[in-house]
Design a protein. Structure first.
Length: 479
């Protein structure tokens, strides 16, 4: 084997250290934060030019000093937390003091926050080393890595494939090995869609579980990683109330380390027919059904549930989001409007003539989604969990802004993810298979209100039951 090939293989192996074992290595002295950070930076150096995952990369020398400080704390037996010295990336709409928030849009002058958001502050307090801010598409309103500011963010698994979005850079970083831990945001699927299309474990936590600097109906920040255990480790640092977020949940003791779950008698609802939007492709449906079958074989009680939402409600949600973004777009000067991604400019412009009554009617769709979804959960017998597709399709072409961009179907792929943003229930993704041409397939795991740990535990079981080994990273050429 050539020296370059050996180097690539070593880079590939070291880049995908998981957070749990890395933290254990810091604790027992077998690993050093300095050495691991150097490995991660080597991966970023090798791959960032192709992937385009980072909006702002942290100063390398500054992060190395942080790693040295972490190493000294571990040597003294005084780490700030179990995550001390691990690396993390934060989506560019998560405020960090002094770091421009570009929101993926070339037409917008970035806001430069004066203080950290709760997420950034908790990362610092836990001793995590922030590698940088990850990219997103314009205003976060695309399920892809297409941005007027950043260009196209590409999948590390195959550059022809989308990363998904809007947490596109976070997903690419997680799959490429930019360290084990990443934080995205989600308002209709933006954490979970990259999860399924990149073969990741992700969690959109309960509404208010992780405090936000700018709370908004349906919005959540959450972990993106390669395993449910790593997601749980990051939750241990990020979860908990904060006065900055008036919607944050009250204090609650959650043992994030405990992901043991006996599925015997577990009541699982299986939802594979959406009834609106685009129905799942056969390979997607089969992968979800196979995951449910494996749970049933292990003793779970799996029961199918039918559709409960309708197209008019998704259209209403879409219309309100158009109106919200039209307000941002209309405030831009004409020369700045011309810099916005044309697909987004066209999408928001459809709200130009809406009356106040029409906007309020669209807003009422959110409440209808909440009411019908809550009623459907009760009608299903208040299950412990629900399994469904994450999206109707596997990863599409990287250049497309949406999987179904034409004929007014732009948001039709969020039919399985959007309801749980409205109810605030925790919902995660687990990697369960591959299409015939090798694209990842994930399953969405939804839990009862506030049962974030239960969702992570179920994801952990689904991962363990997964047939074969699916590594969400490309195989390096050893020739």
């Amino acid at each position: 084997m050539h020296r370059d090939a050996r180097h690539r293989d070593a880079l590939h192996r070291d880049a995908h250290r998981d957070a749990i074992s890395t933290a254990a290595g810091y604790a027992d002295g077998s690993l050093s934060p300095v050495d691991v950070l150097a490995e991660v930076h080597a991966v970023v150096d090798a791959r960032e030019g192709e992937l385009g995952a980072l909006a702002v990369r942290a100063d390398v020398e500054g992060t190395m000093r942080q790693a040295q400080d972490s190493a000294r704390r571990w040597e003294r037996g005084e780490p700030r937390s179990a995550l001390d010295g691990l690396t993390v990336t934060l989506k560019e709409n998560i405020a960090r003091a002094g770091v421009p928030m570009q929101v993926g849009c070339a037409g917008v002058d970035p806001v430069v926050p004066e203080v950290d958001s709760p997420v950034a502050r908790r990362c610092r307090e836990a001793g995590l080393i922030v590698l940088g801010s990850t990219v997103m598409p314009d205003w976060g309103m695309l399920s892809s890595g297409v941005s007027s500011l950043h260009g196209i963010t590409r999948s590390p698994l195959d550059p022809a494939w989308t990363t998904g979005g809007s947490s596109s850079g976070a997903g690419a970083g997680a799959a490429a090995g930019y360290g084990p831990l990443h934080v995205g945001t989600d308002i209709g699927g933006s954490i979970r869609l990259p999860g399924t299309w990149l073969g990741l474990a992700t969690l959109k936590p309960s509404a208010g579980r992780i405090p936000l600097h700018a709370p908004y109906l349906g919005r959540a920040a959450g972990p993106m990683a390669r395993t449910a255990r790593d997601c749980a480790l990051l939750m241990s640092a990020l979860a908990g109330p904060d006065p900055v977020d008036w919607t944050s949940l009250p204090p609650q003791h959650i043992d994030w380390d405990d992901l043991d779950l006996d599925v015997t008698g577990l009541r699982v609802a299986l939802w594979t027919e959406a009834g609106y939007g685009v129905e799942p492709e056969p390979e997607v449906r089969a992968a979800v059904e196979a995951a449910a079958d494996r749970l049933a074989d292990a003793g779970a009680q799996v029961r199918r549930v039918g559709p409960w939402l309708s197209q008019d409600l998704l259209d209403g949600v879409n219309r309100f989001w158009q109106a919200r973004s039209w307000a941002d777009y209309s405030r831009l000067a004409p020369d700045r409007q011309s810099q916005v991604l044309p697909y987004i400019a066209d999408w928001v412009s459809r709200a130009r003539g809406l009356s106040g009554t029409e906007v309020m009617d669209a807003y009422h769709a959110f409440a209808q989604v909440q009411a019908r979804t809550t009623a459907a959960w009760a009608a299903a017998g208040d299950p412990d969990l629900l399994l469904s597709p994450v999206a109707p399709c596997a990863a599409f072409a990287a250049e497309l802004p949406m999987p179904y961009p034409d004929e007014g179907r732009g948001m039709w792929h969020i039919n399985f993810t959007m309801p749980w943003n409205m109810t605030g229930q925790p919902a995660g993704t687990a990697d369960v298979g591959r299409t015939a041409d090798g694209r990842p397939l994930g399953v969405q795991v939804v839990g009862r209100p506030f049962d974030d740990r239960g969702v992570l535990a179920a994801m952990h079981v689904v991962e363990a039951q997964r047939p074969g080994e699916h590594d969400p990273s490309p195989q390096q050429d050893a020739s």
